[in-house]
Design a protein around this ligand. Sequence first.
Ligand SMILES: Nc1ncnc2c1ncn2[C@@H]1O[C@H](COP(=O)(O)OP(=O)(O)OP(=O)(O)O)[C@@H](O)[C@H]1O
Length: 244
Amino acid sequence: MLEIKALTASYDGIHALRGLDLRVGDGDLVALIGPNGAGKTTLMNTISGLIRPDQGEISFDGADIRRVSPHRIARAGLIHVPEGRQILSEMSVAENLDLGILAAGDRRAGPAAAARQRDLVFDLFPILAERRWQIAGSLSGGQQQMLAIGRALMGFPRLLMLDEPSLGLAPMLVSQVFEALGRLNASGLGILVVEQNARRALDLGRYAYVLERGRVVLHGTSEDIARNPTVVESYLGTLAATAS
Ligand SMILES: Nc1ncnc2c1ncn2[C@@H]1O[C@H](COP(=O)(O)OP(=O)(O)OP(=O)(O)O)[C@@H](O)[C@H]1O
């Protein structure tokens, strides 16, 4: 589904991605972990067309998307929930969800399919149904994250990319959001998720990539990564004390 080869990207000549390979198959749930500055956000922004790569390949369903605009990438079914959520805080929950339909473009199904998709979002996050007429900016951080995911779902994604969906969320809300991601994946949706907390990432994903300084330094099944001595020492050991 998503295939990345030898990808490089930079900011004003400073390399952020240095020859990165990654693959997300149909219906996979893949977690990206790594320290601050490893390039996780840059990778997501490059995949979704917000940053032009210097070199390398990015293909989605076999099509080269390196020079494709972000809205066309979303139309193809690759939808990005950026870090910081970026919901429209002056608009209601319902209006934010309706805007998500635009991402589907030509793939947009009729009103009946959109209504079914809205029901799916409300089933996944019942609080959004309760608050559908509320101004989005008045939601809690966790509810805003649910809205950001809900809005992305309204674009009928085939691969959903999420950048740190747990950032700033209370542990109970993290569990709710991750449980929702697990349910979506079980229904066939491909998911690529950046998660700062390695323990959570490995619990969530079936497959994981560890990024450091713009490169993949390790990848494998979550069980294998969780047993890797370097990961245990660098990520799990120190995080065990702070993990919720
Ligand atoms: N807009 C920017 N301008 C210049 N350099 C940037 C910019 N954004 C990121 N960088 C640099 O690119 C590298 C990768 O950053 P990136 O934000 O992709 O890492 P990350 O793994 O997502 O880290 P974090 O967990 O802190 O978000 C870092 O060295 C960072 O300082």
